[in-house]
Write a protein of this length. Structure first.
Length: 126
């Protein structure tokens, strides 16, 4: 299908890094990926059927996390034009909800990073 490409990643391979361009979103066809913050905080592990990488394209910012293949995996990569065509055809209320959720995810990641950094400082004082 146009705008959707299948790509394989090996365990340990980086799918994207913080500050990379947010030019696609991903659907996990099989395998697991790990989401990490700037300071290395593990934000979660995603599995088959889950999507990631949607925050940057929706809020039009670079990547805010790093994603690494935890196992060998196959991903469906959906380009930005396909995503935006879908959003352009969606109910404006739903688009607003999606944008709001994307902004909150970004804020939650920043807050988790801040708390993790503070905890590291406190632990280093012990």
């Amino acid at each position: 299908m146009a705008g959707i490409e299948t790509k394989n990643y090996k365990a340990g391979e980086t799918i994207y890094n913080i500050n990379d361009p947010a030019d696609k979103i991903y659907l996990i066809h099989n395998g697991k990926v790990r989401v990490k913050s700037k300071m290395g905080l593990n934000l979660g592990t995603l599995i088959e059927g889950e999507m990631f990488g949607e925050v940057g394209p929706i809020i039009e910012e670079t990547r805010t996390v790093t994603v690494i293949a935890e196992t060998d995996c196959t991903l469906k990569e959906i380009d930005n034009s396909t995503l935006h065509n879908k959003l352009d055809g969606a109910d404006p209320i739903l688009v607003g909800i999606i944008r709001g959720l994307a902004l909150r995810i970004g804020d939650a990641n920043k807050l988790a990073e801040k708390y993790w950094q503070e905890l590291s400082v406190y632990k280093s004082l012990e």
